[in-house]
Design a protein around this ligand. Structure first.
Ligand SMILES: C[C@@](CO)(OP(=O)(O)O)[C@H](O)COP(=O)(O)OP(=O)(O)OC[C@H]1O[C@@H](n2ccc(N)nc2=O)[C@H](O)[C@@H]1O
Ligand SMILES: Nc1ncnc2c1ncn2[C@@H]1O[C@H](COP(=O)(O)OP(=O)(O)O)[C@@H](O)[C@H]1O
Length: 297
């Protein structure tokens, strides 16, 4: 048996850090939403108990370091599954980019193997399991739009923002999330207004959403990688309505209301940055994130 699962990227419309925890992680409050730039996960059930991974991009690890492998291994061990799986990952989400590509691959693997191995677990159960793999995995299990707290694993679903375009531009720099959190000066943080952003989303107020975009990790990454600031400025210059770095970076996203303006911004950015994507939000999550069985492919 086979199945395929979509693993979409996320952006952080708001990212606040409230403090450092005893376990070394940071207490966060983030508004996250899923965008339609996705990896594809093809899962094939095997009769031995091995979990194997193959990735379209050779530089992404295909051994135990791959988060999709970790998802398969965890599910198999926790539920004593006596079957294996081959996981083929077609990468489209830029790697180490602040877009949760690896986390989304892990989440899609959990959703897909749950189906393939007939485990019957709920999304809540899969999300809880995902939290053992990484802080962003629980959000990626559900997709949609949510407020994530704790170290990112406590998820409260909220309304989808109004429909708009998202331009993503990633400079050729990979960023280590741990390094960026480590570089944050907790006493110097200017906090975003998360409640106002939630209200703006509820009211579908695009202009207000753009004016409230804020990420406290941005200044840390910008100090280390000035090219990120350059992309921000270019995106603003070409006319994006709101511009922010996603997660720990270095991807910068621009929100654009008018399709007519999209080409100008996309082409302008392509002039000096190879990795540019124009995508939409995935407004309602679960139906399009559901695994497709082989007879539907
Ligand atoms: C910054 C964010 C924002 O969505 O995303 P990315 O930029 O990675 O996409 C997340 O908080 C990243 O989540 P994720 O990438 O899953 O992090 P994890 O694997 O759990 O942790 C990687 C490292 O980041 C630091 N970390 C992560 C989460 C958190 N709340 N506090 C932390 O201090 C820790 O040093 C940890 O060892
Ligand atoms: N399935 C995967 N896809 C991409 N990267 C992965 C995957 N599994 C593990 N990794 C490793 O995780 C690191 C972070 O990758 P990624 O999830 O793309 O970044 P981010 O957390 O910034 O969104 C990379 O350096 C990569 O080696």
């Amino acid at each position: 048996m086979k199945c395929s699962v979509k693993a979409p990227a996320k952006i952080n419309l708001s990212l606040d850090v409230l403090g450092k925890r005893a376990d070394g992680y940071h207490e966060v409050e983030m508004i996250m939403t899923t965008v339609d730039l996705a990896d594809r996960i093809d899962l094939t059930e095997t009769t031995d108990r091995r979990i194997t991974v193959e990735v379209s991009e050779g530089f992404v690890p295909s051994d135990h370091r791959n988060l999709a492998w970790q998802a398969g291994d965890l599910l198999q061990k926790r539920y004593k599954v006596n079957k294996g799986a081959h996981i083929y990952i077609t990468k489209r989400i830029p790697v180490a980019a602040g877009l949760a590509g690896g986390s989304s691959d892990a989440a899609a693997t959990l959703r897909g193997l749950n189906e393939l191995w007939g485990l019957g677990l709920s999304l809540d159960e899969l999300a809880k399991l995902g939290g053992e793999i990484g802080s962003d995995v629980p959000f990626c299990v559900y997709g949609g739009t949510a407020i994530a707290t704790g170290r990112g694993e406590i998820i409260r679903h909220i309304d989808s923002p109004p429909p708009f375009w998202v331009i993503l531009a990633k400079p050729p720099t990979g960023v280590s999330t741990a390094d960026i959190y480590r570089g944050l000066k907790l006493d110097a943080i200017e906090h975003p207004d998360t409640r106002a952003m939630e209200a703006a989303i509820e009211e579908q107020d695009f202009d207000e959403i753009c004016s409230l975009l804020h990420n406290v990790l941005e200044s840390v990454t910008l100090d280390l990688y000035p090219e990120v600031d350059n992309i921000k400025k270019q995106m603003q210059k070409f006319g994006a309505d709101g511009v922010l770095m996603s997660g720990s970076g270095p991807t910068v996203f621009g929100l654009v209301a008018k399709e007519s303006r999209l080409n100008r911004i996309y082409n302008g950015l392509r002039g000096f940055c190879d990795d540019v994507h124009a995508v939409r939000l995935i407004r309602s999550s679960n139906t399009c994130l559901k695994p497709y069985k082989d007879d539907m492919l």
